[in-house]
Ligand binder design. Sequence first.
Ligand code: MG
Length: 383
Amino acid sequence: MRKRVVILGSTGSIGLSALKVARDLPDRMEVVALAANRQVDVLLEQAREFKPAAIAVYDEDNFSKLKAGAPEGTACFSGPEGLKKLATWANADMVLVAIVGTAGLAPTLAAIEVGKDLAVASKEILVMAGEAVTTAAAKKNIKILPVDSEHNAIFQCLAGEPHRHIRRLILTASGGPFRRSTKEEIQKVTPEQALKHPTWKMGTKITIDSATLFNKGLEMIEARWLFGVPISQVDVVVHPQSIVHSLVEFVDGSQLAQLSHSDMCFPIQYAVTWPDRMPNSLHALDLAKQGSLTFEAPDPDRFPALRLAREAGERGGTLPAVLNAANEIAVPAFLNREISFPRIWGLVEEVMQKHELVAHPSLDVIIKADSWARETARKLLKK
Ligand code: MG
């Protein structure tokens, strides 16, 4: 079956990989709509190649440029309403949400409301509103297909397994560029050093999150919601080669893992073709050439992000949204050299401590907590 896919975030790193998959498997994936934040030139080039029915730009200031350059007959939209329009596009089977940050939340809920299948790459959606999103999806009998490589790996390992078989989900982490750095060295990390990821090529925000391990922390919370397990059953192991993308431990003590080269086309393709598997042009692993795969425990002393995420995941409610929002303020402040690298988690922890948690929050309450956390983080930055 050819899936008609809407890509929200088509000019970002996940979006570009998704289009590679569409190029590779034209019989299985049709691009029906594309949305970007503000890279209009790239978006227009994509529109000329894939001929989607609709395109949208989040940044409203770029709408006239989009409209002027769009191929004839292409519907053009802008702003949050534009994203919603695409997410509910009548002719689409699946919406791939790959927008950085929290802008993906509203279109995701809109897509669920009209019964579209979801492929979720934006972990913020599940971190902030995991309960609301998974409950809404269950009500509409919608499958949320994980695109994040770790969660996609777990999803593959769980194929055909009932929930009661799960003992533990084990997320792998590359450990980032400072895996071997001392606490003193970590104090002095510069943005340039933090932006050099050893194994994955990704966007700026997620690359910094991989260096602090906040990315893995967010993924623990994401896993908790995607697979319906308490966060106490979600563990992390550092695996610097990024070949084993995650594992599941079953109640009998067996563990299953998924392995491939670190290329996002693998998880994106699986999400699109699931439950099928399709031959493609991607290079399969040669383990003999790879030689060795190594694993080690993460160090909570040098990387407190995992502890903070576990706390947020355990206490739940609005706290994960607060952790995420404070981190979204801290990362650009670090990149602009306003704060040191360890101050990223220092700031997140302070904001979390100040927060008055609301349990089982509605979407409005979550969005309020998100704004509160951003505001509080900004105030702390000025101090
Ligand atoms: Mg990941």
